[in-house]
Design a protein around this ligand. Structure first.
Ligand SMILES: *[C@@H]1O[C@H](CO)[C@@H](O)[C@H](O)[C@H]1NC(C)=O
Ligand SMILES: *[C@@H]1O[C@H](CO)[C@@H](O)[C@H](O)[C@H]1NC(C)=O
Ligand SMILES: *[C@@H]1O[C@H](CO)[C@@H](O)[C@H](O)[C@H]1NC(C)=O
Ligand SMILES: *[C@@H]1O[C@H](CO)[C@@H](O)[C@H](O)[C@H]1NC(C)=O
Length: 277
């Protein structure tokens, strides 16, 4: 009669201590980072000139599984159920919120897709938060009021495939460090109006790049040969606006489109060399 009892005890302790623990909800720190973001966001409601769409954030409650919250997706196949997607676009309806409210969000290091577009976010992009985002594939910060320059830490996210910083107030120049983003397929920097200087030739070394839009900025100089000589893939497109509204586009087959006083001319690339318009 001793044996089965011994065995039961053994099995009990075996299950308690040795079976890898499967968690049934998202990691606690991820939940806390997201609740902190919600707190910073809702804090702005006290300012009557800012309006927030709270509907879906009502599902963001303490002591609940953040994988079940709206706007959040987790890796349900992983035992730790870490947060991978945050779709936080259009939460601010009008007014303004500070870019510092993104800090807790950027601490969710398992993120693969982050969309904070269309949120009236003001201030500089909190660049130091990018260091831990080693799995980020898609980052959409477009249609806000970010100012300052593109933070250098952004170029450390080697996994990035899609980067949208369009329609902000970002200044400075586009660094040649853009070449570090070797997996980049789409880069949208349109309508920042104050990005100046030359387009870095390093862009041409981004072999995966198939969409590049630099419309309505203040780039000067010529389009680097590296871009115009870039091996053309099926859906490669490139839109570049210059300071004086000159427009160049590359599409397959390699053509260079120029605009002068609303007149469009199409030129073969080999006729225009470096498309110095
Ligand atoms: C409320 O928002 C306006 C507009 O962004 C800003 O000027 C003002 O300082 C804010 N007030 C408070 C108390 O945050
Ligand atoms: C960016 O915007 C914030 C808030 O509007 C302002 O305090 C800051 O001085 C601006 N920074 C730059 C570099 O323009
Ligand atoms: C990056 O992660 C480390 C370890 O979790 C943490 O100590 C550090 O504060 C994080 N950095 C940022 C900028 O969040
Ligand atoms: C373009 O493709 C050709 C042939 O596939 C290759 O030899 C060449 O190195 C490529 N050039 C660039 C800039 O990737």
């Amino acid at each position: 009669m001793q044996k089965p009892i011994f065995l039961s005890c053994f099995l009990f302790f075996f299950f308690v201590y040795f079976i890898p623990r499967q968690s049934f909800s998202c990691p606690q720190d991820h939940r806390e980072f997201l609740l902190e973001f919600k707190k910073l966001l809702t804090h702005n409601i006290k300012n009557h000139s800012t309006q927030i769409a709270l509907g879906e954030l009502k599902t963001w409650r303490p002591n609940s599984d953040c994988c079940k919250w709206k706007l959040v997706r987790c890796n349900t196949r992983s035992p730790s159920k870490e947060v991978t997607d945050l779709n936080l676009n259009g939460l601010v309806l009008f007014g303004s919120v500070s870019s510092t409210l993104l800090r807790p969000v950027l601490r969710v290091s398992s993120l693969m897709r982050l969309d904070v577009s269309s949120n009236f976010i003001q201030g500089e992009i909190p660049g130091d938060g990018f260091g831990n985002l080693t799995r980020l594939i898609s980052l959409d910060m477009g249609r806000n009021s970010f100012n300052g320059t593109i933070p250098p830490d952004l170029f450390s996210i080697k996994t990035l495939q899609h980067l949208d910083l369009s329609m902000n107030a970002i200044g400075g120049t586009l660094s040649g460090d853009i070449k570090e983003l070797k997996n980049l397929e789409e880069l949208f920097l349109d309508e920042n109006l104050i990005i100046g200087g030359e387009i870095p030739p390093e862009i041409g070394s981004l072999t995966a790049l198939r969409k590049l839009s630099l419309k309505q900025n203040k780039f000067s100089g010529s389009i680097p040969l590296s871009i115009s000589h870039k091996n053309q893939t099926k859906d490669w497109s490139c839109h570049i606006y210059y300071q004086d509204s000159r427009l160049a586009m590359f599409n397959k087959p390699v053509t260079c489109k120029t605009q002068r006083t609303n007149q469009y001319t199409f030129m073969q690339q080999d006729q225009t060399k470096d498309c110095n318009l």
